[in-house]
Design a binder for this molecule. Sequence first.
Ligand code: IPD
Length: 276
Amino acid sequence: MTGSTPTPQELLAIAMDVAREAADTAYRMRAAGVEVAATKSTITDVVTAADRAVERQVLDALATIRPDDSVLGEEYGEEPGAGAPGATGSGVRWIVDPIDGTVNYLYGLAHSAVSLAAEVDGVVVAGVVRNVFTGEEWTATLGGGAWRAGQRLRCSTETDLGQALVATGFGYDAARRSHQARVVAGLIAHVRDIRRLGAAALDLCLAAEGRVDAYFEKGLAAWDQAAGGLVASEAGLRVAGLRGLPAGPDLVIAAPEALFAPLHDRLDDLDAAGGP
Ligand code: IPD
């Protein structure tokens, strides 16, 4: 690592500025009309011109402000900083999802977000999630709490899984979606209800303020969960995978302490981390 490492608060300030500009661009491009530019893993996994333009804007802004940092983004992958090949020159790596909830964005459903997190030496220390349509903005720093509109966030105090409103999501691959649907079918009789809102970063932020009680999903990429995961954990949710594993592509569970074990055990029984 070279130079002095910025504090989480300094990184958050940069993230908020960059995310706000990025969300403005996404909003303007949506208002001007949006089309599918390409498909990725399946024909329903779309990328719009806005996904690419917004990520390019974020990359350019970060390259100007923090040229030695590396960036991992959904559309352009890994952009190394000025350090050793494949490594970050500064110890800081940014993780960006230019538009989380791309399908919502395509359909004009007001539930899509720019998600931007900063990692220092592999640990997420700052994150912002900003709803492109409403301007709602969630922020967190490691150890500094989770916040929205000047209010510190606390997760749900629900203790009964049977009363819990649980959000989840589905991947784009048909076989994976079928497995995920079977998991939901096995869970739904044991919870208040299920929500599938279409943007993982926002799901995690809603859980951070008790607008859903808990959330789980298999198959998330780092950019889906880096910023929202920090917001959730700083609001008191336990964010982890199955059987002591960290949250990751196999499974992310975000639940208040009292709900974590019962939800975890149901999901384990239902093989939520399994399947394709
Ligand atoms: C998707 C959304 C969705 C989740 C998928 C993600 P994208 O991200 O977060 O809610 O269920 O797993 O891939 O493609 O809109 O950036």
